[in-house]
Design a protein around this ligand. Structure first.
Ligand SMILES: [Zn+2]
Length: 48
């Protein structure tokens, strides 16, 4: 399982609603809404 960086939900990569690559990492999302939020501001969601 991968973690949706936007909402923190666990996401099965095979069933994810979408994925994005950012700085060489792949992120998976529970819904298109989360993907859209991530794509508009990836820096905010990848900050540790
Ligand atoms: Zn989500």
């Amino acid at each position: 399982m991968e973690k949706d960086p936007v909402c923190g939900m666990e996401v099965d990569p095979k069933k994810s609603a979408g994925q994005s690559e950012y700085k060489g990492e792949t992120y998976y999302f529970c819904s298109p809404v989360c993907k859209k939020k991530f794509d508009s501001n990836p820096e905010q969601y990848t900050r540790k």
